[in-house]
Design a binder for this molecule. Structure first.
Ligand code: NHR
Length: 181
């Protein structure tokens, strides 16, 4: 969850004001806390399939932190149209495929199964339709002989860590033209 700042501090126009997860054991919560960044854990399992109730609890945490931009990363709960509408145009996701290829789950297995020569990741705006929003950036990697799901995922992850901050930097400055790595 990101807040824009009036003037650049360091080398990035955005500041992280909250790290939130549906998994109380997520490593990112611990790392954020170590860095002094506020955290929130909203465990979806407590809401037993009631997505709207889960999202209301999440929204309450977001209201407290008042971010300008949400960045989903490894967030695996499909969001309802009502929640998406609250944040539309201000919510980004990074997805581990070269969209529009392989929306949804098991992207690396599907790329290997198809015999693709290239894989990668995409940052896109989140809309009600899954992995379907406007593309803000993509990074490509080769698929190598002998690749497994894990080896390909690891190669893509290196690029995810390059791509997301770059896209966010441009998005925060109002630039929606795609970043291609
Ligand atoms: N919500 C909306 N409305 N639109 C998008 O584009 C979204 C979204 C929520 C998450 C991330 C996406 C990904 O990058 C994302 C994009 C979860 C699933 C899924 O099927 C699919 C895509 C993504 C995230 N989730 C199952 C569910 O029932 C649970 C799967 C599991 O727990 O393993 O929510 O990959």
């Amino acid at each position: 969850m990101i807040r824009l700042v009036e003037s650049m501090v360091g080398d990035h126009p955005a500041r992280c004001v909250l790290v939130a997860s549906n998994d109380p054991g997520a490593a990112g919560l611990r790392r954020a806390a170590e860095m002094g960044i506020p955290t929130a854990a909203v465990d979806h399992r407590a809401y037993k399939g009631d997505r709207a109730a889960f999202e209301a609890a999440l929204q309450a945490e977001l209201d407290k932190a008042a971010p300008d931009i949400l960045c989903l990363a490894g967030f695996m709960r499909i969001l309802t149209p009502g929640f998406v509408a609250q944040w539309e145009g201000r919510m980004l996701n990074i997805h581990p495929s070269l969209l529009p290829k392989y929306k949804g789950l098991h992207t690396h297995a599907r790329a290997l199964e198809a015999g693709d020569a290239e894989a990668g990741c995409t940052v896109h705006l989140v809309t009600a339709a899954l992995d379907d929003g406007p593309i803000l950036g993509q990074a490509r990697v080769p698929v190598l002989p002998g690749d497994t799901e894990d080896s390909l995922a690891a190669r893509v992850l290196v690029q995810e860590h390059r791509l997301y901050p770059l896209v966010l930097e441009r998005f925060a400055a109002g630039d929606l033209t795609p970043v291609l790595l």
